[in-house]
Every structure is written in C-alpha cells, then in structure tokens.
Design a protein. Structure first.
Length: 247
C-alpha cells in the first residue's frame, strides 16, 4: 500500500480542459505553490479574452471629408409617386436646408448628405424624416411639416400589435373599422386630433405632435378592439376638448 501511495504522489496530472479554453499545464505535488500561481495567471488571461465583447465593424456614417449622409430605402410601390413628386421633395431639401440629395438607382434609396453650405447639421435629420414620411405614404405637403416644426413625429404600429388573434376576415374587418365608410372614420380622427393617418395594409402610421398621436392611437386601438364608432367619437370629442382647455 505504501508503494502505491508513493507512486500516486509522483504521478503527474492535467487539469480539466474545457471546450472554450485549451489548458496544457502539468504540475507535480512538489511544485504545487508555483504552478498554482501560473495556472491562476493563465486562466485569468483566458477569462479576459473570453469576456471581451466582439462587435462587428460599424458602417461609415461620415465620409472622408467630414460630411454626413443618410439613406432611405424606397419600396417598389413608391417609385412612381417619388418620381412624380421629386421636384417638390428636391426644392425644400436643397434650397431651404442647404443639403445635397439624389436617388441611387443601384441601391434604390434616396441619399441625403451635408455640404459646405449646410448651416445646421440638424437639417440632415429633418430632411431624412421628411423623405421617410413621404415614403410611408404621407402627402408631400403634410410631410413638409416635419421640416417647418420641431415637435412633430411619426408613430407606426401594426393592427396585430393591438390584437394578435385577428386573422383572415376578422383582420380585414378591423382595418375597415379604422378606415370607416368612404374613409369617414379616419378623416374624423384626423380632424379632431389634428393629425395625419396612413393605413397601409396592416400598418398604421400617424403624423402629429406627441399628445395628439396618443389620442389618435387610443381611438384607433378602440376601433380595432371592436368598440362602436359612436362611442369612439364621443370619447374623442371629450378628450380633445380637455386637451384644448389645458392650453
């Protein structure tokens, strides 16, 4: 038994090797203190390498000369409206905001960038929001309000975000309730809340101030959930009158 114990003490052993870290260290009982320190150092270094986050390289938002650029993808069904209203989009971006704009045929996107004549760098984001609102389906005159006013936003959501169980005819009826007969419900919500609404298939886009968007979205959600149109109109008028009294 004594001989076996001596042999076991002289035997070398290797620590457990994980799949992530490859450790090929060997130690003896005689040099246990020194080897423990080296093991701790190696494992600490390996833990540092494993814990470091690996982020992919970011895309260039700035060009070499310091100018910034924005790109807005254009879907196929918005090519012809963009072509027809290109002058109305081009003039305010170039003449008033002092930016450069073009339509890239290869990437099918509208590219806007700053130049030496650009007075305020915030104009670049205003122009991008203006073009994006037009691509979503808003009229050019309505989307121009994003350039003229600072407190306007665009909020988008889907019908299924309100009620996920809607399918087939039930989904179509929910979209029909939002639009109303001849678009009457949509126009009423727009006039009362002073917003602009676009119903694009299952997606709904609302353009307006933060408070007005919240009122219009609540009314649209009630219609999707199945509330009677008269009840929604009554709630709209009471909420809108209270909002006017505050200001």
């Amino acid at each position: 038994m004594e001989v076996e114990n001596k042999n076991e003490e002289n035997e070398e052993f290797t620590p457990y090797q994980s799949k992530k870290g490859k450790l090929n260290l060997k130690r003896k009982h005689s040099d246990a203190g020194k080897d423990d320190e080296t093991m701790e150092e190696v494992t600490a270094e390996q833990m540092d390498t494993l814990m470091k986050p690996a982020f992919p390289p970011l895309k260039k938002e700035k060009l070499d000369d310091g100018t910034e650029i924005r790109k807005i993808r254009v879907p196929k069904h918005r090519y012809s409206p963009l072509k027809e209203n290109w002058l109305k989009i081009f003039e305010p971006i170039v003449e008033h905001l002092k930016l450069q704009v073009r339509f890239n045929l290869q990437s099918r996107s509208v590219e806007i960038r700053s130049c030496e004549e650009t007075e305020d760098i915030q104009n670049l984001q205003k122009a991008a929001d203006f073009v994006r609102a037009f691509i979503l389906g808003f009229e050019v005159d309505d989307a121009l309000a994003l350039i003229r006013l600072d407190d306007l936003f665009v909020d988008s959501f889907e019908v299924k975000d309100v009620k996920q169980i809607l399918k087939g005819d039930h989904l179509s009826r929910a979209i029909g309730r939002v639009a109303g007969k001849g678009g009457r419900a949509k126009f009423t919500i727009e006039n009362v809340t002073k917003t602009r609404i676009v119903v694009a298939d299952q997606k709904i886009h609302i353009l307006g101030s933060y408070q007005n968007i919240a009122i219009a979205r609540r009314a649209i959600c009630n219609l999707i959930m199945g509330s009677p149109i008269n009840k929604v109109y009554g709630n709209l008028r009471s909420v809108a009158s209270r909002a006017v009294e505050r200001f």
